[in-house]
Write a protein that binds this ligand. Structure first.
Ligand SMILES: C[S@@+](CC[C@H](N)C(=O)[O-])C[C@H]1O[C@@H](n2cnc3c(N)ncnc32)[C@H](O)[C@@H]1O
Length: 240
């Protein structure tokens, strides 16, 4: 069926809970803010709210999950937002959030690595979001498929914006994130094509899930060329 199976069907609620963690708000959301700001030629990091780079953009949110960023984009002025996710349970959570507080986002189940939304979606979007999507490509064909799906749906000059795990992250760093509520656990061959790792998350209620909380349950493929191109991260202070 897809680049991954719908593994998030089994962890949809836990994943939704993980979005309440501080690092989501202060690192992840903030980083998206910064990246969006940088796409605007005239605005720097001090971009005022609302912080969309262009007025009333149309946004396609690939791997939308429970719709957290779809809805955030709508709140700050997106004209239209379509969220796509391979997991029916994640889409069901997104639709539940819309039913509880309608903002006008649409959600559909779909595989971003071979997306076929119909011709009316081709060249339609100013921004395609891919927040934690590309790490689900198991091989270069799927990775290309994801990028091709985004390209097909973007207007000329539109932007693909996402956040992803850094594949070159050295093993020594994997435990340093504990103060921020998660650790990474390497599979047997990290930093090799198709090596695996897990994110194990401590949820805000401080209940540590005894079973591995696997956000990246399937092998991923990263070519040495892609690893070489990856930007080097800034050092992370291990102290809380
Ligand atoms: C880590 S979650 C991120 C969700 C959301 N973007 C966020 O930042 O909260 C990854 C999501 O990617 C979805 N996913 C994985 N592979 C996908 C694919 N090929 N097409 C669409 N969604 C996919 C999963 O079902 C899951 O909801």
């Amino acid at each position: 069926m897809a680049a991954t199976n719908a593994a998030y069907d089994d962890i949809a609620e836990q994943y939704k809970d993980s979005k309440k963690m501080d690092f989501r708000e202060f690192v992840e959301h903030h980083t998206l803010h910064q990246v969006l700001a940088k796409t605007h030629p005239d605005l720097g990091p001090a971009l005022p709210q609302p912080w969309l780079p262009i007025k009333e953009p149309a946004i396609l949110d690939l791997a939308c999950g429970e719709g957290i960023y779809s809805r955030a984009m709508k709140r700050v002025g997106a004209r239209e937002v379509l969220g796509v996710d391979i997991s029916r349970e994640m889409v069901a959570l997104a639709e539940k959030a819309e039913a509880a507080e309608p903002l006008g986002c649409q959600f559909v189940v779909g595989d971003a690595s071979k997306l076929d939304l119909g011709v009316e979606h081709e060249g339609r979007y100013d921004i395609v979001l891919a927040m934690w999507l590309l790490n689900y490509a198991e091989n270069s064909e799927q990775l290309e498929g994801m990028v091709a799906s985004a390209f097909k749906c973007l207007k000329p000059g539109g932007r693909l914006i996402g956040i992803n795990d850094w594949p070159g992250n050295p093993l020594e760093s994997y435990q340093l994130y504990q103060p921020y509520g998660f650790v990474k656990v390497a599979g047997d061959a990290p930093r090799q094509p198709a090596s695996t790792f897990e994110w194990r998350i401590t949820l805000p209620d401080q209940v540590h899930r005894p079973t591995p909380y696997t956000l990246n349950p399937k092998p991923r493929a990263l070519s040495p060329q892609l690893l070489a191109l990856s930007p080097k991260p800034q050092a992370l202070n291990p102290e809380p």
